[in-house]
Design a protein around this ligand. Structure first.
Ligand SMILES: C[S@@+](CC[C@H](N)C(=O)[O-])C[C@H]1O[C@@H](n2cnc3c(N)ncnc32)[C@H](O)[C@@H]1O
Length: 274
């Protein structure tokens, strides 16, 4: 693969374009990494200079598919079954079961679902509590490649690195030496869609939710950008609805857009009444 030159000036405008469109932030220390990833894409698309590639992405209306391919190359899709499982259990027992028991059909949005292990684990939990058919589960990601994998029902062996519930694994996952398979019965309980968290209209089009999982993605964004996403997520939450972020992420420094409360040892952000 040809390594095309990424000058500091080009790094500045290219990283600004990426952040503006999908939020991903690159510090100057990431220049070599970005050069490597973008070079690969640009060469594959037939470009001999990264400046030409930049102009194409920025100004050519026909660049949408190439930008999608670049995003596929840039995002970090790291995820696995039952990741940060305790907060998911808490969300089911503390928020969703009471709603179902009071006659509602709760809506849940997994907002950066990567290759699907997170919403699939959540669907298993819902089934364990007998409410899978009574909850609407929407899973989205900006990466078309990740979603294709999610929909395929085939996952890498690395996707199963902790087993907090052997019962769920035995019921739902076929594990062999090479891969893990999920039955279509489970993945078809999820409405998979490609949505960029910065596409306000697309986010609005998803409707309102009782619970939003947006975990392990905000770490890739700068604070100012996180505020924009949190504002969009807040708009999508019903009153009293809850947002869960990753255990290493915190929204405390963003003030009072949402109210933080602790439930069963987990920090949850609630949409207040006013
Ligand atoms: C590290 S994975 C986290 C997956 C899962 N939520 C978890 O906790 O295991 C981060 C995901 O965020 C997605 N992502 C990054 N920027 C995004 C954006 N602007 N809109 C939607 N998804 C985005 C990436 O494609 C990637 O799949």
């Amino acid at each position: 693969m040809t390594n095309l030159e990424l000058t500091p000036q080009l790094f500045t405008i290219l990283s600004a374009l990426i952040e503006e469109r999908v939020g991903l932030s690159y510090a100057p220390a990431d220049q070599a990494l970005l050069a490597f990833k973008v070079s690969g894409r640009a060469s594959e698309a037939g470009f001999e200079s990264l400046l030409d590639y930049y102009y194409f992405l920025r100004y050519d209306p026909a660049s949408e598919r190439e930008f999608e391919a670049l995003v596929n190359a840039l995002v970090v899709n790291e995820t696995f079954f039952f990741r940060e499982f305790m907060p998911l259990q808490m969300a089911v027992t503390q928020f969703l079961l009471p709603l179902v028991n009071s006659g509602h059909t709760p809506r849940v949005w997994c907002a950066a679902c990567s290759t699907g292990e997170e919403p699939l684990s959540f669907a298993m939990l819902l089934d364990q509590h007998g409410i899978l058919s009574k909850v609407e589960l929407v899973a989205t990601d900006v990466s078309s490649a990740a979603l294709e994998r999610a929909r395929s029902g085939r996952h890498s062996r690395r996707s199963l690195r902790q087993v907090p519930s052997p019962e769920l694994v035995n019921k739902w996952l076929s594990v062999d030496d090479n891969e893990i398979r999920v039955p279509s019965q489970l993945s078809s309980a999820i409405d998979w869609r490609r949505v960029n968290l910065f596409d306000e209209a697309a986010v609005r089009g998803l409707g309102n939710f009782d619970l939003i999982l947006c975990r392990n993605v905000l770490i890739y964004f700068r604070d100012q950008v996180v505020s924009t996403v949190v504002e969009f997520l807040k708009e999508r939450l019903r009153i009293d609805g809850a947002l869960l972020v990753g255990v290493s992420e915190s929204l405390m420094r963003f003030g009072s857009v949402l109210e933080c409360e602790e439930r069963a040892g987990v920090f949850v952000y609630r949409k207040p009444r006013v």
